[in-house]
Design a protein around this ligand. Structure first.
Ligand SMILES: Nc1ncnc2c1ncn2[C@@H]1O[C@H](COP(=O)(O)OP(=O)(O)OP(=O)(O)O)[C@@H](O)[C@H]1O
Length: 230
């Protein structure tokens, strides 16, 4: 087991953003974190990354507090992380300077396969700069990859290709936790899905169990959220 999230509650100004959530993340799994806007996905990812601290409960990454496990965690947040003037080469040098476990070769391979242009970020489209941020996050050697909405701004046709490439170049010695509400095009890539609704964890299913019942991650999402997929 890589990560353990036990009875975790996060309170924002008297209101619970996340209530008593419990789950484990195991090596080799690609796990989806599914929920509507405001359901608690970003809160969960920030808690695992050590950016937020729980008000109740316990989080362990390989037995340690997330704040002490920073080298094991690679986090793609919702905020832009690089300057507008930076090209992929600048990003590569910056990341390699910051993290000794940065794999330049993997970075270059993914830049090529995800067709990130060789131009400054300020001249890239939203989807192109999002691809670059995703590549930079995944080229770090880590045990836990936390990807907050990595498919946002990526066109419908490219989403499947991007997830496919991401998994094809992944060594499977870690776990990927990926939040999205765009499940349909990529649902076959998830081993497990964790569902959040109004800050509560309302489901934790293995893909193979759902398929054995003739269901899938999208079907469960629709069941849980009353027919709405954002
Ligand atoms: N900094 C904050 N201060 C106060 N409330 C917050 C803060 N961050 C999140 N919340 C609240 O916590 C709840 C969960 O928010 P969170 O950002 O985790 O949801 P989400 O599932 O990531 O949503 P989205 O899909 O819109 O990104 C929401 O009700 C939100 O309003």
């Amino acid at each position: 087991m890589i990560a353990q999230f036990e009875n975790v509650t996060k309170i924002y100004r008297g209101e619970a953003g996340l209530k008593s959530a419990t789950f484990c993340l195991n090596q080799g799994d690609v796990v989806g974190l599914f929920g509507l806007n405001g359901s608690g996905k970003t809160t969960t990812l920030k808690l695992l990354s050590g950016l937020l601290h729980p008000d109740r409960g316990q989080i362990r990454i390989e037995g340690q507090d997330p704040r002490k496990a920073r080298d094991s965690i690679s986090y793609l947040g919702d905020k832009a992380s690089f300057h507008q003037w930076m090209t992929p080469q600048h990003v590569e040098d910056f990341m390699a300077g910051l993290y000794h476990q940065f794999d330049r070769e993997r970075f270059r391979t993914m830049i090529h396969t995800l067709t990130v242009p060789n131009s400054p970020i300020g001249q890239m489209s939203k989807g192109q700069s999002q691809r670059l941020r995703l590549v930079a996050t995944m080229a770090r050697k880590a045990r836990l990859y936390l990807l907050d909405e990595p498919l946002s701004g990526i066109d419908l046709v490219s989403r499947e290709m991007i997830i496919k490439e991401l998994i094809a170049t992944w060594d499977q010695e870690s776990v990927i936790l990926l939040s999205t509400h765009e499940i349909r095009e990529v649902e076959t890539f998830f081993d497990r899905g964790i569902y959040l609704k109004d800050g509560q964890m309302v489901g934790n299913f293995r893909g193979e169990d759902l398929r054995a019942q003739g269901s899938g991650f999208t079907d469960e999402f629709i069941k849980i959220n009353g027919g709405s997929q954002v």
